[in-house]
Design a protein around this ligand. Structure first.
Ligand code: PDD
Length: 297
């Protein structure tokens, strides 16, 4: 197979594709795969901590929901899926990192409609380490975001692999020296980040995050933070907020499986609060970390 890795093949990485564990560099799917040809696919990303998958059940619940919304069933029983997930982590010798899982509708002669007879779905799993030091720096120092118009489709609650609008906005952010882009809907409200949910803290110390709808992904990390905040009696409001509110917020942060709760210290070059990670953000990050430890032990 051609070398996809510009001569830097990731040594020892193992990918799972449709029942087989393969060298990462040799793994691939059929050219007629509907995931490749039509973006007819959904995915999940799980954090690996201490060799365990964080919030695994919630990620599998969301996978099942995303699949249901596009008229697909789980590619295998949940117990079997968990075994493959664990085995993929094990074969990659990972203590900490990320597990990616994609399910496509499978390979079939290209045609738009959902086929009457479902082909065999394609199931892909890959795992990799993370730059843990860089993540720790982001937690300690906070990150900058830019804002971009939300150009995605009307069902952002489905975790689809169709990520063009997301990747264009993320690219704009990186080219502007920022880490993430916050997406703004047609009414001037912040929907979410390109791969994160968004949060602000108002002048009264209330934590605000956008309410669930078709406009945002129901983040697993978001949900765990909401539960942890409720337990700690931190006031939280689930409602949409404008860019103007975000710019005048006392604190801001974003959440995802890949980064937990990361402080946002500037938006479009304007300092949030005093331009440093805020105390409530730190508290939420600590609560989330503690809860993760409890869940893993
Ligand atoms: N992204 N919103 C979007 C658009 C996302 O893609 C993600 C996750 C989130 C946060 O969801 P969770 O807390 O379940 O990770 C919100 C993953 C990490 C990714 O695409 O890499």
């Amino acid at each position: 197979m051609t070398d996809h890795w510009n001569g830097r093949r990731p040594a020892g990485r193992i990918a799972y594709v449709n029942g087989r564990y393969m060298q990462h560099g040799d793994a691939g799917v059929h050219v007629e795969d509907r995931g490749l040809q039509l973006g007819d696919a959904v995915y999940e990303v799980c954090r690996i901590e201490n060799g365990h998958l964080l919030d695994e059940e919630e990620h599998l619940d969301r996978l099942e929901r995303s699949l249901g919304e596009i008229e697909m069933a789980m590619p295998m029983r949940r117990g079997a899926l968990k075994l493959v997930m664990a085995e993929t982590v094990r074969r990659n010798h990972l203590r900490d990192g990320l597990l990616y899982l994609q399910v496509t509708r499978g390979a079939l002669k290209r045609d738009h409609p959902i086929p009457e007879r479902a082909p065999k779905p394609t199931l892909i799993m890959t795992a990799r380490g993370m730059d843990e030091a860089a993540l720790a720096r982001r937690h300690a120092d906070g990150i900058s975001v830019i804002v971009c118009p939300d150009q995605r489709w009307g069902r952002c609650d489905i975790k689809t692999t169709q990520l063009l609008a997301n990747l264009l906005a993320k690219t704009a952010a990186r080219r502007a020296g920022a880490f993430e882009a916050w997406l703004i809907d047609g009414d001037g409200f912040v929907t979410e980040g390109t791969s994160t949910n968004v949060w602000i803290v108002d002048g009264d110390g209330r934590v605000i995050t956008r309410d669930l709808s078709h406009a945002i992904l129901p983040g697993v990390t978001r949900r765990v933070i909401l539960e942890a905040a409720a337990e700690a009696q931190i006031p939280v409001v689930e409602r949409r907020f404008t860019l103007a509110e975000a710019l005048s917020a006392r604190e801001a942060f974003m959440s995802s499986a890949t980064g937990a709760a990361i402080p946002v210290t500037s938006i479009d070059g304007k300092k949030i609060g005093d331009g440093k990670p805020g105390p409530l953000t730190r508290r939420v990050a600590e609560l989330y970390a503690r809860r993760s430890q409890e869940r893993l032990s």
